[in-house]
Design a protein around this ligand. Structure first.
Ligand code: BG6
Length: 468
């Protein structure tokens, strides 16, 4: 029972902006984070984990520690500094070098085309709310396929549309820092799905080798008690954050039960969703052709009804108990005292991953292949004697891998697991103090130290067996 099938990938994940650093090196253009973070003056992303220079060392660590898959993303503004126009050859060469190094070390690269880092020039034009952005994204993706498809077997169109729009338009901790605008959030998710679908179409039309998928963050939503109104709140958040995207991805249209809630939420927020028949045509086509789904899972949420105005406080400091997340027309996330949580108030609930995997395979039975593309535990790690005794993280990952094994035994086809993150990286809204890596980084010297979890993960990967 605790054995994984041969070929199951034990990988780790990174994202360009969070790992590479070198934000002004090699002709790279700005993303929408650069000026914003500089103006805030709280977190400096300019060096991050220095993956830009250190990737040979990091890939060699992967090989040594049994990590046989890696998620990397291509920084769009490294290839097209202004988002469109002439490619920057130094950026193009950088990703050739990085991909070659993955292959040399027998670490399968899963390459993401958009991981939260829209180029500044396109952000100024409205980001995913503008049609120009979608066109530019299709051109960027087409360029990447032409350039790298001969050596990349797994492509990911977009990372976590929900997190992008929640950050930009609901929580307001991603630029443009708009709060509680659920209408913009839903519209932007739709546009991202259209961008994704058009890119899948290009990939399939050109018959590139390899597979293409999308990554969604999919966290289960439960009622906090047995009141009907709590059940409704859980359903509302599930539909807005999960099912809307899953329907668009896998069915190519939003089903009646989804639209009933979406329309209700839009009405309560005085909004509408704009779509065209052509968009649904391409969504349907991509739904047919998509090869896999990537699921990012960290936490589940427990909800109660909420009648007031939207009210959110983001816990970005690790001060336990400081989160508030209450949305008009949806519901309120409440603390469940029976479930442990991280210092950032993320409930640790592996059952939520199992439930989600089963639910997806039941609602979308035409889709069989999934990867857990991110899972991990953010913590305030302490380096002692050259390592970190991160037993909490090992327990966390163990329980989530166990949930995956249970899902597999119920017939769900999960083919791999990527820990977030390979090494400690820059966290968009929490800086450097919230660490997830298998390798600890001393950010002053950029030295890597394997944590206890890296040794444990190595033995799980090499034996393909879940051992505690
Ligand atoms: C995922 C993102 O949502 O969660 C990553 O894909 C992110 O980019 C990770 O870093 C962890 O989130 P956070 O806010 O703790 O850094």
């Amino acid at each position: 029972m605790n054995q994984f099938e041969e070929g199951f990938i034990f990988g780790a994940a990174t994202a360009a902006y969070q790992a590479e650093g070198a934000v002004t090196v090699g002709g790279k253009g700005k993303t929408y984070w650069d000026d914003y973070l500089e103006a805030q003056g709280v977190f400096d992303p300019s060096t991050a984990s220095d993956f830009y220079h250190k990737y040979p060392e990091d890939l060699s660590l992967c090989q040594q520690f049994g990590i046989n898959g890696i998620r990397i993303s291509i920084a769009w503004s490294r290839i097209f500094p202004e988002g469109t126009g002439e490619p920057n050859q130094q950026g193009v060469e950088f990703y050739h070098g990085l991909i070659d190094e993955c292959l040399k070390n027998k670490v399968e690269p899963f390459v993401t085309l958009h991981h939260f880092d829209t180029p500044e020039a396109l952000y100024q034009k409205g980001d995913w709310l503008s049609k120009e952005m979608v066109e530019a994204y299709v051109a960027f993706a087409s360029f990447c396929f032409k350039e790298y498809a001969s050596k990349v077997s797994y492509w990911i169109t977009i990372n976590e549309p929900w997190s992008v729009v929640a950050g930009q338009y609901i929580i307001g901790h991603f630029p443009p820092n708009i709060k509680y605008d659920i209408t913009k959030a839903i519209q932007s998710m739709h546009n991202m799905l259209v961008g994704h679908a058009r890119v899948v179409k290009v990939f399939k039309e050109h018959k590139y080798p390899g597979e293409i998928g999308i990554v969604h963050i999919l966290e289960s939503k439960y009622p906090i008690d047995d009141q009907l109104s709590s059940a409704q709140a859980a359903k509302n958040e599930h539909i807005v954050a999960n099912q809307f995207l899953l329907d668009g991805t896998f069915k190519g249209s939003y089903q009646a039960d989804t639209m009933a809630i979406i329309n209700d939420v839009l009405k309560k927020n005085n909004g509408t969703l704009e779509t065209t028949p052509e968009e649904f045509e391409v969504l349907a086509l991509a739904a047919e052709e998509l090869d896999f789904l990537g699921i990012n899972y960290y936490a589940s949420h427990f909800l109660a009804a909420y009648d007031g105005e939207s009210h959110i406080h983001h816990n970005g400091s690790g001060e336990k108990g400081s989160s508030i997340f209450a949305l008009k027309g949806i519901g309120e996330r409440v603390n469940n005292p029976t479930i442990p949580a991280t210092d950032w108030d993320w409930p640790i609930y592996p059952q939520g991953l199992l439930d989600m995997l089963v639910e997806i395979s039941q609602r979308y039975p035409n889709y069989h292949k999934m990867y857990v593309t991110e899972n991990g535990m953010g913590d305030k790690d302490v380096l002692e004697n050259g390592t970190v005794s991160d037993d909490n993280r090992i327990d966390y990952v163990f329980l989530h891998l166990e949930a995956i094994q249970q899902a597999i035994s119920q017939g769900v086809n999960v083919q791999g697991y990527f820990m977030w993150s390979l090494m400690d990286v820059f966290s968009w809204t929490n800086g450097y103090n919230k660490r997830y890596g298998l390798f600890y980084i001393d950010f002053a010297t950029q030295t890597r130290y394997p944590k206890k979890s890296a040794h444990w993960f190595n033995s799980v990967s090499r034996s393909q067996k879940l051992i505690s």
